[in-house]
Design a binder for this molecule. Sequence first.
Ligand code: ARG
Ligand code: GLU
Length: 709
Amino acid sequence: MRKTSIITVILLMASLVARADEGMWLPSLISQRIADMQEKGFRLEAEDIYSINQASLKDAVVLFGRGCTGELISPEGLLLTNHHCGYSQIQQHSSVEHDYLKDGFWAMSREEELPNKGLTVSFLERMEDVTDQILRGYDPAMSEAERAELVKKNSQAVIEEATKEGKGLRATVEALYYGNQYFLFLYRQYEDVRLVGAPPSSIGKFGGDTDNWMWPRHTGDFSMFRIYADKENNPAPYSEDNVPYRPKKYFKISLKGVQEGDFTFIYGFPGRTQEYIHSEGVRYIEETGDPHKIHLRTLRLDIMNRHQAQSQKVRIQYSSKNANVSNAWKKWQGEVKGIRKMKTVQTKQEFEKAFDRWAKGGEFDGVVGKIAKIYEELEPYQFATDYYAETVRTVELANFAMSMARLFVKAEDGTVTFDKAKADELASTFYKDWYLPIDKESFIAVMNEYEKNVPAEFKPAYYKDKLAAYGSINAWAEDMFTNSLFADPEKVGSLTETDREAVMSDPATGFFNEFLKWYAADIQPVTARLNQELQLAYRDYMRGQMVYCRTQRVMKDFYPDANLTLRVAYGHIKGYSPADGVYYTPSSTMKGIMEKDNPEIFDYNIPQRLRDIYATKDYGRWADATGEVPVCFIATNHTTGGNSGSPVINADGDLIGLNFDRVWEGTMSDIVFDPDICRNISLDVRYVLFTIDKIGEADYLLEEMTFTE
Ligand code: ARG
Ligand code: GLU
């Protein structure tokens, strides 16, 4: 049977009119949406957003680090992203003496800008549909594994060709619509990225994890970096000789202000969504996956919070770790609530029933049932995987032991080498932020849950034997955290290549390694096989959903799920009603900071300077028409993790803000988007400028920016 080509379907779909602001669109195909964007207020053209012939807005947007977005705001490589995106860099440069997290940091000259090992930013040079090249040689008789092999081989060839010429080029080939389509993404990656400024956490993380994922919000969540290049403006490793990067394009900053109803456009790198999944996939997330993961993280967070409250040192050591654990923990709670409220499982089941009836006898016959069956088989393995990830893999000591063990290499003739320099580096990073009592108590807490909730047939023999020998998780912890050589920095410091045996038989290494071996042998192959089957079935189901919606005249716009590639999401500034009797207006001001201000509560204790400024209303040029300094706003743009730090752009293509979060009631938008409730949260750029100017007193930075009023 001839399969309906995805291109045909997409072209036909494009004629459907959009209603809601749902969607994360591919920049290179934005000409298909530009009419809708313009109708909603945008005043520029598709070529202004993405072009391979001229500088366009895409040239001012970067993938920041491994999972955030940043944007260029000056001709001298100055970059804006979130405070929480630069957090680990700010923390790395911090100590009790120089606590940049607490006090903020401002380089007062180029020389004071701080280099960051391992931090990169990537510009998208171009993207291109390479489906034909990637599927060259494909034969429908191939198994999914054979197809995957072919895709991999062809991708490598495409990537090699694309990166042949030019410095710092990096390319990936990404599957869209479950592999119905493939795109090449070619990036230029810069690796000398220096910290320029960050507000104190009492501004940059104001409201902390209490306000995280919530509206109304008053967090000044930004930090600034500068990209450096060699004299030819090309990527180069850190060097004193490097010079500020000169971007093809940078954002002008709008001081015009924002109002309800204004057009907004987010340009960034959303990480992962699953908008087209089967009801069974949603059911697992809602009933099993999320609730268990939430519970395990509650236990760990309680332990961290208690110790962090007792010691300034521990508070700094675990600030980044705590934020990471707590972020998804809170999001999952909102997600479960949202999925329930939307009755997503039920809605999807009804859709699947209708789809199945329609599909009888055709190309998509039975695909819905097939997916359900695969999920059924997958579920216990998925559960074991989730549990493994949220328990065993979270033990810091064991992770460290394993990464040290990997530095011992045994050659065929039996000689052992040990990378001492690397070991010293790993050890100093690890011990700087490790607090044994937290790690040990967490081990006890999560492993007790593991014992209780994971079925015996999904536990490794190693685990069962050890537990029997120790008698209890507590006794196990006692042994591991007392007797592991990795619990002792001095022992670790004096390791040599003769210690390989000791390292391999260490209780912490053993714990990590034995679980890893079990996972690799008993779990991973099964989940890999089932996920491959699932992938294949989804490829048909995805195409089927498109054909179905078109032929049945179901109004739905299709966009590829997020996969950390550059996307456009547009919408408008809008309040929302999260519950009966409650309505939230779309913007917040400094007045709200003062209302939350509380010296007794760490997350709400603002710098005295901010209080003084508020008292004297010394706002400079940064107040809005009502005389208040605007802080945050919400809009209907469809965003997800990875969109943090994304530029929020107005109808004229100028920067009005910085995306950093979503509202809690709308976090199910990774699975199902509700235009009434789903809102992204952005920092108003005027609060950024106010903070640089009045709090950081780094107003010289403003001189390199361009403002539109
Ligand atoms: N929720 C936002 C995101 O997903 C911000 C996280 C950082 N802030 C925090 N308080 N943990 O990344
Ligand atoms: N804070 C998220 C991030 O780091 C963005 C919020 C979201 O998930 O939408 O990307």
